[in-house]
Design a protein around this ligand. Sequence first.
Ligand code: MV4
Length: 449
Amino acid sequence: MFEKILIANRGEIALRVQRACREMGIKTVAVHSTADSEAMHVRLADETVCIGPPPARDSYLNKAAIISAATITNADAIHPGYGFLSENASFAEMVADHGITFIGPSPEHIKMMGDKVIAKQTAKAIGIPVVPGSDGAVPDADTAAQLAGEMGYPVLIKASAGGGGRGMKVANNESEIREAFSTATTEAKAAFGNGEVYMEKYLGRPRHIEIQVLGDKHGNVVHLGERDCSLQRKHQKIFEETPSPALNAKQRDEIGEIVCAAMRKIGYYNAGTVEFLYEDGKFYFIEMNTRLQVEHPVTEMVTGLDLVREQIRVSAGLELGFSQKDVTFEGWAMECRINAENPRTFAPSPGKITGYHAPGGRRVRVDSGMFAGFKIPPHYDSLIAKLIVQGSTRNECLMRMRRALHEYVIDGIDTTISLHQAVLAEQDIIDGSYDIRWLENFVAEFAKK
Ligand code: MV4
């Protein structure tokens, strides 16, 4: 097992990874920018290395600085968390080239899933259902128009190098397709330096349901059920739950089995998430994330597993200590992402937290590095806490989440706590009948109140 792990991240996820390390008796190295010197993940680490100035490109994205920090502290492994360098294949390769273990999948798997056209072709080839669409990249507007005519409108043009909703254009009819193709191509080229696009049938009101997988380096893969992440604003999730109110046990087993079999075929290891759109009882693959995800705690709540511990174990070459039949799901779990933002305009609200009291009690978990007196730097994203609760039933879970939100005090800055309270009072949410379009309508109304 590793003796020392460098955590190449900040905020709540740096702390989350550090907690798993400490419980496993592994020493930790925190890296930080000059803006994060006072952060909790730095205060609680065994060793710290300042890796640069506040802008992420000069610190948390600085590959050489991070690898140097690992080398001088003698770290055996690097955990990238999520975001930053977590899905950067060349970083994973560099880490390995320095004799350090990258806690994640192989660089080849990261690369494969980072290119959305290759990811989709691979998914299809290994038996995962995909959205009907172009077979690979669409070379020009004429081809796009011809394909769309055959497929039927509306269609969606997506960037091969995109993902997370960046670089998508809808075309509702033939008069829109050429325009959509050229804007998508131009925008993709500007944003990603790669103008390649592909096309899909546009699904109107799907849910976003993702399957968590875990694999080791010996060919074992299990799935840990799904998360329903349909409540998103501008491709940022704000609330997640498991199980999905839309699925039954048979559907879960079926899609879980399909995903596991597929992952075994490509020899995938470490944590991964296969994202689907779900509409009219059918799953359609959209992307695969080759990292630990923000919302992983809801899965931990219902399975009783520690995903970071499992990531570390499999990275060290150990076999998964359990098989699919050992994975059981208990009750319900939900997560509210608390952002330092105005709950109506979503304008970032960095600054000093003057008062802080986190909720507690049975089946309540808070993943956060916040404390009274902490000054949230303006340089990074606005996620400051994740509130995760579990209940025996969905209703118990919902009641507990409302109770925990009521207890949460964060003074001095704006947060999205009141938005969550309003969302959780809605009948559609109580009924579990929401899709990826629900939140944008709700926030438009909420902004007026
Ligand atoms: C789609 C879609 C409808 N039809 N693909 C957005 C993020 C990226 N991962 C894929 N996305 C979508 N792909 C087809 N063929 C609608 C979306 C989409 C979306 C998906 C999940 C969660 C929120 C979303 C919000 C807007 C659009």
